[in-house]
Design a protein around this ligand. Structure first.
Ligand SMILES: [Zn+2]
Length: 151
């Protein structure tokens, strides 16, 4: 049986909330999603990891020129970044030579990198709405991104 996940992550991969912000975020995420999902967790995973989209992976493309990015090129860069514990995500694309990061490539559906993750399992919709995101972003004090995944 497959499961759907919505993961809400900060715009900066290694950002983690301070203690009171973390408490607020966990409380708000519970209020927003607990009744409409099977499980809500929020926390610091201890290190930056790739927050993927599972079966919803379609493509990766260049943020500079939009050209599709070769799977093996991407995998090599992921392996190299993993060796740094994903602390160094910088890459230069082959197509147009733009200096960017693995976190800023254009993933379809969206994916990203994070250490702090709010995870909602089996929410009754794929993505949170604008108002829910605004509430969480106010508590976090920074922009957040939504990554939906299916496994
Ligand atoms: Zn390019």
């Amino acid at each position: 049986m497959s499961s759907n996940y919505l993961r809400i992550i900060p715009d900066i991969p290694d950002w983690v909330p301070d203690e009171s912000t973390a408490e607020q975020l966990a409380l708000i995420a519970g209020e927003l999603f607990a009744k409409r999902s099977s499980e809500v967790t929020a926390g610091d995973r201890g290190e930056v990891g790739f927050v993927d989209q599972g079966a919803w992976f379609e493509s990766v493309s260049c943020p500079g020129c939009g050209a599709p990015i070769d799977d093996s090129w991407w995998q090599d860069r992921m392996d190299a970044a993993a060796e740094t514990g994903f602390t160094d995500l910088s890459v230069r694309t082959e197509c147009c030579g733009v200096a960017t990061t693995l976190n800023d490539l254009v993933y379809r559906l969206p994916a990203g990198f994070a250490r702090y993750v709010i995870e909602v399992r089996e929410l009754d919709k794929t993505y949170a709405d604008e108002e829910e995101m605004a509430t969480l972003q106010r508590a976090a004090g920074r922009p957040l991104r939504q990554i939906a995944a299916r496994y």
